[in-house]
Design a protein around this ligand. Structure first.
Ligand code: GLP
Length: 244
């Protein structure tokens, strides 16, 4: 769907997340939500915080799994996705701390494979993701699944693309300070979610959105794999949709 602006689109996505949460509360079940970072979902999280404050939306039954984290990364660093999630969402809502999952950027290399398998196992134990929200990087990455990622890939350590590190340079005070790697859910992990929402705003995303939606399905643009799923919806503003 194409919305007039990012604000109305973000409210729409927040309402759908809140709908799942309330639905599950009625059934006394947990809502298992896959979360994303970056500028794109910030207004979604702001709307969820507003609903918590003004509309009694509780997150007591929410279990969250974040898509990715830089590696190496200390959780209390300003650029960590842990800090991002606390500042934009978790510090302002009543989600139980033990329900929050974010890949651990502090692990020694040799412990990462077991951690990643366990991340997949935890998602499975909760019955899988009810919804996964996504942004998109200019390389066509979802999560940090850069070009070359396999469609059945799972959670793993990956090397960041040069363009991704250039785009992150501002947050880190220069590209040289952007970590070379990240731990990310895989394309296969994302695909298992019962609903997937990919959001994109602004002109600078228009050409990658055109490739993702209309381009040939290929590992060169990992987001093109989403064309293979029936559970995906692209939520765009006019600018991001302008080349479609
Ligand atoms: C990072 C994140 C992605 C995100 C992308 C786009 O690379 N790992 O999950 O989609 O940035 O970021 P932005 O929303 O700031 O454009």
């Amino acid at each position: 769907s194409v919305f007039d602006n990012p604000a109305t689109a973000s409210v729409n996505v927040a309402r759908r997340i809140a709908g799942i949460i309330r639905d599950k509360q009625e059934k006394q079940e947990k809502a298992v939500i896959g979360l994303a970072t970056g500028a794109t979902p910030v207004a979604v999280y702001a709307e969820l915080v507003r609903m918590h404050r003004e509309e009694n939306l509780s997150f007591y039954n929410v279990v969250s799994f974040n898509l990715d984290e830089y590696y190496p990364m200390q959780p209390d660093a300003a650029q960590s996705y842990v800090t991002f999630m606390k500042e934009n969402l978790f510090n302002h809502i009543d989600i139980p701390a033990e329900n929050i999952h974010i890949p651990d950027g502090t692990l020694p290399l040799e412990e990462i494979p077991a951690f990643c398998l366990n991340y997949e196992r935890r998602i499975g134990e909760y019955g899988g993701l009810d919804m996964q929200i996504l942004g998109i990087g200019r390389t066509g990455h979802i999560g940090f699944n850069e070009p070359g990622s396999a469609p059945n890939s799972g959670t793993r350590l990956v090397t960041l693309d040069d363009l991704t590190r250039r785009d992150a340079a501002r947050d880190f005070g220069g590209k040289a300070f952007v970590p070379a790697k990240a731990i990310t859910m895989g394309i296969g992990t994302i695909f298992k979610a019962r609903e997937i929402i990919l959001m994109a705003w602004n002109q600078k995303k228009a050409s990658i959105i055109k490739k993702a939606v209309e381009g040939e399905i290929s590992s060169d643009v990992p987001a093109t794999y989403l064309q293979l799923s029936d559970n995906v919806e692209f939520i765009l503003d006019q600018d991001a949709a302008s080349l479609l």
